[in-house]
Design a protein around this ligand. Structure first.
Ligand code: F6R
Length: 589
């Protein structure tokens, strides 16, 4: 969703801001803009891709050593040039960029209009610029003006503001939306994610909720919304600028699919004590709940199967967005395990906040260091799979799953499982070798309008994930189902040639799943079997390597599903990295 970047230093700001916005494109956006200060504000913005806008607007020719940039994912107000950020106040004193939602914007707009302010957009964000201009009439210094602005705002926000009267300082404010300060030498940054400045510095200060930063080129001051000063130390960010290149791959998605063996190895290199502590929190919970959204929900569901099967632990899994509507019996004896790649998904954060209000202890799994979810959790383990740029989750899913297996193996003290788990990246590597065959099958079914993915037991969450991946990347309707459930209704949709992807590795689900496949085949389905060896029931066979233990098949069988979705997208001439209508981190409810 929206990306924000601010720069203040000695170099020309616009090329730095432009490159930062390009690195944050993966978040999803529909318009973009940059403001710099050079005697006065220069602002350029428009609808569409940054590189296309640049051809028309020449962003990088803008002068000035301070400025800010924004990519907008429309919420309040349509996709128009006027609604793109940056926004300015009517006398041109203030320029702002904002991520989040200002809930009381219409009341503020009325109030500001009554004081003579004229608005040029229909966004909620613009009120911030006018409010600050208004506040500066009564407050001499930026700090007290900024404090008076945040006191008037309701909602969630990270915003940056610059003023004409004090252009050597960028104001940053955070409430419920991430904002990170990058500390350089003779230059500083403010951004919604570390990708904004990772090419310049790996020193980051993660702002907490209800904090304001005043950032000059050599200094950063923090204080809370009551005005109290806060001292904060930078952390070193492990990600590197090379993580942001596609290397030899055509797309980030394919690169990230291929990175999985390395990503899982990194995931599994956790400190033993930290995993032990995490597992003991799960073991001690009287009631265990697990939550996530989308792909992370599928990892959550898999963990439920795993904990029951291996550690005899009962858990309840729910979609984060459903917490309000399901009256779960959560209390102070409960533990909530929240799973999220970004750690910024609004639905997950709201489930966490609801659970905390009921006294629940929240533990979490995330990939992005310093994310909001980690801040809200009692304990967090990071998947350490590196930045995931492709909008669809691939390596972050298998890394989540690997980490959940590691925690489960600790919870049930299963040393053999842990040993096999450590070897799992080798099998993922072997699964990747079947890429050409997956591509053939993806192209063979290019005209199919509906796909079904079926599996039993712990292959059911993977079937759900296979369907989600195909929908996102190829825009083809797909449904994931428990294999035994098909005959209870969905069988009516099977026609001659309807593709059904069967998760059918040789474990205790093998025979029953095959029986279900026969029912489907008898109605004309084309069965694409994912297994270690062919079977006469399969119309097409997608091979995966034979594993020493059945428990790990969910990790390995995810690989052909991801590749199937990727090549289905390529075959349809779509962009797998940036599927339409989707954003990498969904920060609205
Ligand atoms: C699917 C996908 C989404 C995310 C979901 C949750 O490929 O990427 O379904 O899994 O939006 O995101 P996180 O894990 O960041 O909470």
């Amino acid at each position: 969703m929206c990306g924000i970047i601010g720069y203040i230093g000695e170099r020309n700001a616009s090329p730095i801001l432009f490159e930062a916005l390009r690195r944050m494109e993966y978040r999803g956006y529909d318009s973009a803009g940059i403001a710099t200060f050079d005697d006065n504000f220069i602002i350029k913005k428009g609808i569409g891709k940054i590189s296309d806008l640049d051809k028309e607007l020449n962003f990088r020719e803008m002068q000035g050593t301070a400025g800010m940039g924004h990519t907008r994912w429309a919420t309040h107000g349509g996709v128009t040039k006027e609604n793109a950020h940056p926004h300015w106040s009517c006398r041109g004193e203030v320029v702002i960029v904002h991520n989040g939602i200002i809930e009381n914007y219409s009341g503020l707009r009325e109030f500001l209009s009554s004081r003579g302010h004229k608005f040029t957009s229909s966004t909620d964000s613009e009120v911030i610029a006018h409010l600050l201009e208004e506040a500066m009439k009564n407050h001499q210094d930026l700090k007290s003006a900024a404090l008076s602005v945040v006191a008037s705002l309701k909602g969630s926000y990270a915003f940056l503001a610059m003023t004409r009267s004090k252009p050597d300082t960028i104001i940053g404010a955070r409430k419920d939306v991430p904002l990170i300060v990058g500390i350089g030498r003779g230059e500083n940054f403010l951004s919604s994610d570390v990708f904004g400045f990772i090419d310049r510095t790996n020193q980051a200060i993660f702002m907490d909720n209800k904090e304001i930063a005043l950032v000059t080129k050599d200094q950063v001051e923090f204080f809370d919304f009551t005005g109290k000063s806060i001292s904060k130390k930078p952390a070193t960010v492990a990600w590197e600028v090379s993580d942001f290149s596609k290397k030899e791959f055509l797309h980030f998605t394919l690169k990230e699919i291929h990175e999985q063996p390395l990503a899982i190895r990194q995931t599994l290199s956790q400190e033993v004590e930290a995993v032990r502590e995490f597992a003991s929190l799960i073991l001690k919970a009287k009631n265990l709940f697990i939550t996530g959204c989308g792909t992370s929900f599928h990892a959550a569901l898999l963990m439920k199967y795993l904990l029951a099967r291996k550690a005899k632990i009962r858990s309840e899994v729910f979609l984060s967005s459903e917490i309000e509507h399901q009256k779960y019996l959560m209390d102070g004896d409960s533990v909530l395990l929240a799973i999220s790649q970004s750690g910024e998904t609004a639905d997950v954060l709201s489930a966490v906040s609801e659970a905390k209000s009921r006294g629940v202890k929240v533990i979490s799994i995330a990939n992005v260091m310093g994310c909001s979810l980690a801040r809200e959790s009692f304990k967090t383990l990071y998947t350490r799979c590196g930045p995931e740029i492709g909008v669809a989750a691939t390596k972050s899913f298998t890394s989540q799953v690997a980490l959940l297996y590691l925690i489960a193996s600790e919870a049930c003290s299963d040393l053999a499982m842990r040993k096999f788990l450590i070897e799992s990246p080798d099998y993922v590597e072997q699964a990747l070798e079947f890429e050409a065959r997956v591509q053939e099958i993806a192209y063979k079914y290019m005209n199919a309008n509906d796909f079904y993915f079926v599996g039993r037991g712990d292959h059911y969450p993977i079937a759900l994930e296979g369907a989600l991946k195909l929908k996102e990347l190829s825009y083809v309707h797909a449904e994931g189902m428990a294999a035994g459930e098909f005959k209870h209704g969905t069988l009516a949709l099977i026609e001659k040639g309807t593709p059904v992807v069967l998760m059918n590795p040789p474990d205790e689900t093998y025979v029953q799943t095959l029986n279900n496949a026969m029912e489907l085949k008898a109605r004309g389905a084309s069965v694409i079997g994912i297994s270690t060896r062919p079977n006469a029931c399969y119309d097409d066979f997608l091979q995966i390597p034979e594993l020493p233990t059945g428990i790990l098949y969910p990790i390995v069988e995810s690989v052909p599903l991801q590749m199937l979705a990727y090549f289905s997208s390529i075959g349809r001439k779509l962009d797998p990295d940036y599927p339409r209508n989707l954003a990498k981190s969904v920060t609205v409810i």
